[in-house]
Design a protein around this ligand. Structure first.
Ligand code: SF4
Ligand code: SF4
Length: 180
């Protein structure tokens, strides 16, 4: 395990979003959910995508938002923006998988979804599939103070434990491991 305060080189990955170019086609949602299906590309369901496009054609609003971290508690207050005369919903740009809403959660289980920048791929697939170049990818090296990264599995377990209680999860795991 890394010691806190230690400096380490890290690749910082950025996806630039040009909302003026986005036309709301939602190809990014399609490819993301297909790529993350198990097995890969076996199904697609934009509700399981790690990118969501705020899409309101009548008001000419198309804003892609990426799934960020899981959070156990909602914020004390909610933000609401008006930009260039266009009003957006409460928490519209927030990336969190948060108890206050259904965004960035698996529709069946409620487990948190988080963009992993298409780990293992040369370029994020949503960037590749955006035909109008509303999304562009950049990677750079940066020195950062290392913190212990929480594994995706742990985050999933934590969110389940918050929802059902740890004992229920343990009981379910015990039952499942007895099956064979
Ligand atoms: S694929 Fe590109 S244009 Fe289509 S919704 Fe996504 S970001 Fe917008
Ligand atoms: S980078 Fe990959 S995981 Fe993240 S939203 Fe795009 S397609 Fe989904």
């Amino acid at each position: 395990m890394a010691v806190k305060g230690e400096k380490k080189k890290k690749t910082v990955k950025t996806i630039k979003i040009d909302v003026d170019k986005c036309n709301g086609c939602r190809a990014c949602e399609m490819i993301c959910s297909a790529f993350h299906a198990a097995p890969k590309y076996s199904s697609n369901n934009p509700a399981r995508s790690r990118i969501r496009v705020i899409r309101e054609p009548l008001r000419d609003v198309y804003v892609p938002v990426y799934a960020g971290e899981y959070t156990q508690a909602e914020c004390a207050g909610r933000d609401k923006y008006t930009i260039d005369g266009k009003e957006y919903d409460e928490c519209a740009f927030c990336r969190a998988s948060c108890p206050s809403r259904d965004e960035f959660k698996e529709p069946d289980s409620g487990l948190p979804l988080k963009c992993d920048m298409c780990e293992g791929e040369e370029e994020p697939l949503c960037v590749k599939w955006c035909m109008v170049d509303a999304l562009s990818y950049e990677a750079r090296e940066e020195e950062v103070e290392e913190t212990v990264e929480q594994e995706v599995l742990e985050t999933g377990l934590e969110s389940l434990a918050n929802k059902y209680g740890m004992q229920k999860i343990m009981d379910a795991v015990a039952r499942m491991s007895q099956k064979d």
